[in-house]
Design a binder for this molecule. Structure first.
Ligand SMILES: Nc1ncnc2c1ncn2[C@@H]1O[C@H](COP(=O)(O)OP(=O)(O)OP(=O)(O)O)[C@@H](O)[C@H]1O
Length: 621
């Protein structure tokens, strides 16, 4: 395949060329003139030629008709001009040259070298509408010999004046050949660049379209084709749109454009070179996809260290009450709705929150825990909502993402919600209603997709009545309410947990403790456990550490529990009241023949309380 084609309107030049090109198989030489030359050029291009070389009028016609191919004109070398000069001077008294300005200037240089200024009349062929009038001018200026191309020579001879044909010789052909080869190399570089650009724009996952300065589409990648269904009508519409921005010549980013039901985020970027706009690039991204990426990034950032640790399998129980609560919680987990967990402190509300998150559709999203009672109000606000840079003195550079944002795509667990201030209750209500947050010091809306699980050990309903908790927020939270029974109502669990905890602590403290005396266990199951599982855990921890043998004894339990009751019991009102109590205890024991269990029942107190009081009585005696 010849990549360079010489379309030559002179057999003589063809012959010189063929000599010159022996062995150059990638170059084709065709003898053809004018219109035939154009046809030959087209054929060569179809055959794979990328650079055409020609001369004279044939060159002009080819360059004009095949505007998107590189066409090189064979020049005249200094030797060609010198040869024509010498021949004309020999043949005439006054010679003229009828050619383009570059040739005329070349001829003037030769005159200067030969110290014969203005020896030849110079007629610029481009100043005349046709060859004939240019030749007439030369003859009018007394020329008796005219140097020029084939047409000029023909006209001069027709008018009875000698003609000298200006021929491109060996050197000029060499120059043209070199230029053609360089042009071909440039094409190679351009193609490689275009291929590289093509690969680059097809690697990016945005749609890319580019127009040149004339508003013609010069690049479009596969993603743009996909997004705009470019084979359809959309492409034309998009090119029109881009042309408008090309005229404006200004950068425009983040514009939302609609294509049917799809929303695109479009950036228009003018290409500026040498101070002027030489094109425009549009990048397109699907809004939904961008949001997904943003969400994933947010999740990625926020889920580090923000994962739920417990599942329903971790909530062990032997109590039927608790079993019911568990079944309810499992059902709630499936609905992507707000859950309110109520229960005394230490009953395991946080365990439930983790497990509900893990069993729901958001299990892969973050799980963010916030203890509303543990953080001062103003700090809690900035923790929950985040802040922008400069929102307040000491605000971190670049601002800070709030916990609601961090929980995006997942769950936020608001523990001890009853402790939340009124201001924050109002802000939380907005989040639940609008599903969006504003950072402190920033008015930009940040959409958040979160599930809220709230927990409280307070009677929220009562707080609403006492106007200490917003009624509207209460009803927003009270969608799926879960009541976790206190440990004193789960006696089956007490024994079960005690055994588990003994094993746990005994291996942790490396003690010999393996079991608990039955009476001691009874004392524990009778106790009120105001601190619930957390308290039971602590107590068993202490018992395991204190016990000297393999069994935890009644004495051990009494010692540990008595201390706790002293801490929690209110101080006796009067001495006489205490005396009356002592009397009642004695009576009850007398009636039951010393059966402490029955005596406690008669007295309406727990066995542990009875034990404690008896110990006090012993001390008094
Ligand atoms: N089912 C269970 N099995 C074993 N331990 C449990 C269980 N439930 C709770 N616990 C223990 O009780 C402690 C208290 O649980 P959790 O923090 O979930 O209670 P809470 O109701 O959220 O308490 P608070 O209201 O004080 O925040 C936990 O640290 C854990 O050690």
């Amino acid at each position: 395949m010849a990549e360079i084609a010489f379309i030559i309107p002179s057999r003589e030049i063809c012959a010189v060329l063929e000599d010159l090109l022996i062995g150059s198989e990638d170059i084709e030489v065709v003898y053809a003139r004018l219109e035939e030359g154009v046809m030959a050029a087209r054929k060569a291009v179809l055959g794979g030629a990328r650079v055409l070389v020609s001369r004279g009028l044939t060159y002009r016609l080819i360059a004009e008709r095949l505007s998107d191919v590189s066409v090189i004109e064979i020049p005249f070398s200094g030797y060609d001009l010198l040869r024509a000069y010498q021949e004309a001077v020999k043949l005439s008294t006054q010679a003229a040259v009828v050619e383009s300005l570059t040739v005329l200037e070349g001829m003037a240089s030769i005159e200067a070298i030969l110290s014969a200024p203005d020896a030849i009349i110079k007629v610029n062929i481009d100043d005349y509408p046709e060859y004939a009038s240019a030749v007439s001018m030369a003859i009018d200026l007394q020329a008796d010999c005219v140097i020029g191309n084939q047409a000029v020579v023909f006209e001069a001879e027709r008018r009875g004046v000698k003609g000298v044909l200006l021929r491109s010789g060996h050197e000029a052909l060499q120059i043209a050949l070199e230029a053609a080869r360089q042009m071909l190399a440039l094409h190679g570089i351009r193609d490689a660049n275009a291929r590289q650009t093509d690969v680059i724009i097809n690697t990016v996952d945005s749609g890319v379209l580019a127009l040149d300065a004339r508003g013609e589409l010069t690049a479009v990648n596969s993603e743009a084709r996909r997004l705009l269904n470019i084979d359809g009508d959309a492409a034309g519409e998009w090119v029109d749109r881009m042309r408008q921005y090309l005229k404006l010549g200004e950068k425009l980013t983040g514009k939302i454009e609609r294509i049917g039901s799809m929303e695109l985020v479009v950036n228009y970027l003018p290409i500026v070179a040498g101070g002027s706009v030489v094109g425009i690039v549009a990048t397109l991204q699907e809004l939904r996809r961008l949001q997904d990426i943003e969400h994933k990034t947010r999740q990625e950032m926020s889920s580090r260290g923000r994962v739920a640790k417990y599942t329903f399998l971790d909530i062990e129980t032997r109590s039927s009450e608790m079993q019911r609560a568990l079944e309810e919680a499992k059902r709630f987990a499936c609905f992507d709705s707000t859950v309110l967990i109520q229960g005394e402190t230490g009953v395991g509300k946080e365990y439930f929150a983790h497990a509900i998150h893990q069993a729901g559709t958001r299990r892969k999203g973050p799980f963010v825990v916030v203890n509303c009672a543990a953080i001062p109000e103003n700090i809690l606000e900035s923790e929950l909502f985040g802040y922008s840079e400069g929102a307040f003195t000491g605000a971190k550079k670049g601002g800070k993402m709030g916990l609601f944002e961090q929980a995006h795509g997942g769950t936020i667990f608001l523990d001890e919600i009853g402790e939340m201030s009124e201001l924050l209750q109002a802000r939380l209500l907005r989040v639940l209603q609008e599903h969006e947050v504003y950072r402190l010091g920033d008015d930009r809306i940040i959409p958040v997709n979160i599930r809220v699980i709230a927990a409280t050990n307070r009677d929220l309903q009562r707080m609403v009545r006492e106007r200490r908790f917003r009624e509207d927020l209460y009803y927003r939270l009270d969608v799926l309410t879960l009541d976790i029974p206190p440990l004193r109502e789960r006696t089956e669990d007490i024994a079960y947990f005690v055994r588990n905890f003994i094993r746990e602590f005994s291996s942790q403290y490396r003690t010999a403790v393996e079991r608990i005396e039955p009476q001691a266990m009874e004392l524990l199951t009778d106790y009120d456990w105001p601190g619930n599982i957390r308290e039971l855990h602590n107590v068993v921890g202490r018992l395991t550490a204190l016990s000297l043998g393999k069994s935890i004894t009644t004495q051990d339990v009494l010692r540990v529990l008595a201390k706790r009751m002293d801490l929690s019991a209110p101080p006796p009102a009067t001495r006489s009241l205490k005396g009356a109590e002592d009397e009642a205890i004695r009576e009850a024991l007398a009636k039951t023949n010393g059966n402490k269990q029955k005596a406690a029942e008669i007295l309406g107190i727990g066995r542990v309380t009875l034990w404690r009081r008896l110990k006090e009585l012993e001390g008094q005696q």
